[in-house]
Design a protein around this ligand. Sequence first.
Ligand code: NAD
Ligand code: MG
Length: 385
Amino acid sequence: MTRTISILGATGSVGSSTLDLLRRNRDDWEVVALTANSSVAELAALAREFNAQIAVVADESLLGDLTEALSGSGIEVAAGKRALCEAASHPTNVVVAAIVGCAGLAPTMAAIEQGCIVALANKEALVSAGEVMTAAVAKHGATLLPVDSEHNAIFQCLQGNDITDVSTITLTASGGPLRLWTPGQLAAATPAEAIAHPNWDMGDKISVDSATMFNKGLELIEAHHLFPVGLDRIRIVVHPQSVIHSMVEYRDGSTLAQLGPSDMRVPIASCLAWPQRMDTPCERLDLAAIGELSFFPPDEDRFPATRLAREAAQAGGGVPAVLNAANEIAVAAFLDGKIAFTKIAVTVEDMLTRGNPPAAPGCLDDVINLDAETRSHAAEILELA
Ligand code: NAD
Ligand code: MG
């Protein structure tokens, strides 16, 4: 039976991987909405290829360009933040939330509010909104399926088991491209060096997050919301080969792990087909060719991000939203060549230790306001204005 799907962030890395799977299974899917930030030509081409009902560009000034690019196609066109949310709330079986950053929060919440399956890649949204999002999922009867490879692995390892029998969850981390760099080398790392991830081909922001280990920090908070086993039971281990995507240890001493190639189409496929399985063209694991798997404890002196994230998660309330917003601003400044690589964690720590901790957000607007305030404050500190 044909199912309907919308993809928020269709032109990005996760969006493209999702569309690749749909392309191979055209008869199974009907595309409702596709969205992008500003890549009008790419969005228009995808909307035509997949015969989408709606195409939305976040940048309002590009409405004319998108309208022109889709003229004669019969595809509905819209622009702006509100239009993104409207597209996300258009009834569908599945919404893939693959916008990068807290910019994806409101559209993701709109998708949740329609009570459908939300395949969540946009970890920053869950980190920032925390309980506001998990409460909305419960209230609207939505099904949140994790696309993030580690969380997808954990989700798979939990199937058929009782979460109260879990003794620990271990998130694996590749350690990123700068894993073995000295503090002096890290201080001089360039954007090109930081985004050259050894195992995964991803958007720039998450690639920098992998290099700083903020990606694992955000994932720790993400796991804390998705899998309520208690923060102290969620561990991180560096595993440079990215073959084991994460593991769950049960109270009887059994550890279940999910293994696979470093290809996001595997976890995306697991969400698209859930609770069944579907074919993917992904390379299969050849363990004999890989030879060895290695594991190391994270070095929180050179990479303080996981410590900061754990502290933010422990503090709870609005603190993770501050961590995320400060990181987004610092990563953008680093990618613009305005600050050093090591200044990213310094900025986040600075923002976390300033003033009183923010009140716990009670609703979506509280989260959006806290995110905006933190961004402008962090930009001020970094003299980016
Ligand atoms: P990307 O930069 O490749 O793509 C981001 C998408 O979001 C694009 O379609 C872009 O047009 C859109 N976008 C960007 N800013 C926007 C804004 N302000 N408003 C509306 N749309 C906007 O990013 P990605 O690597 O695909 O990552 C997307 C999300 O998935 C991130 O949260 C990331 O952490 C998560 N994720 C990615 C991977 C991966 O392999 N790429 C793996 C796990 C999780
Ligand atoms: Mg991940």
